[in-house]
Design a protein around this ligand. Structure first.
Ligand SMILES: [Zn+2]
Length: 80
């Protein structure tokens, strides 16, 4: 799983962080990766949020993509 480091305008769509959480790299942007949900939407996540999703989905890729859709839709409903 390769994450993009120091990407311009990187922002995790779940935790909203934009800064690298590692103190040595705090001047860099947060490493993120863009995932495609089951419905074909793009979700940009940081490593720790992705790890959480992986745990929730029990490492099942199909379930993970479904969960990303569910979360994306609930964020929209809450207008976050
Ligand atoms: Zn995050």
């Amino acid at each position: 799983m390769s994450f993009t480091y120091n990407k311009k305008n990187a922002k995790c769509m779940w935790c909203k962080r934009t800064q690298n959480p590692h103190p040595d790299y705090s001047y860099e942007t947060i490493p993120t990766k863009v995932f495609t949900t089951q419905k074909g939407k793009e979700v940009e996540l940081c490593f720790s949020c992705y790890e959480n999703e992986k745990i929730i989905s029990k490492d099942n890729d199909i379930l993970l993509k479904k969960n990303l859709d569910l979360k994306l839709e609930s964020l929209k409903l809450l207008n976050l």
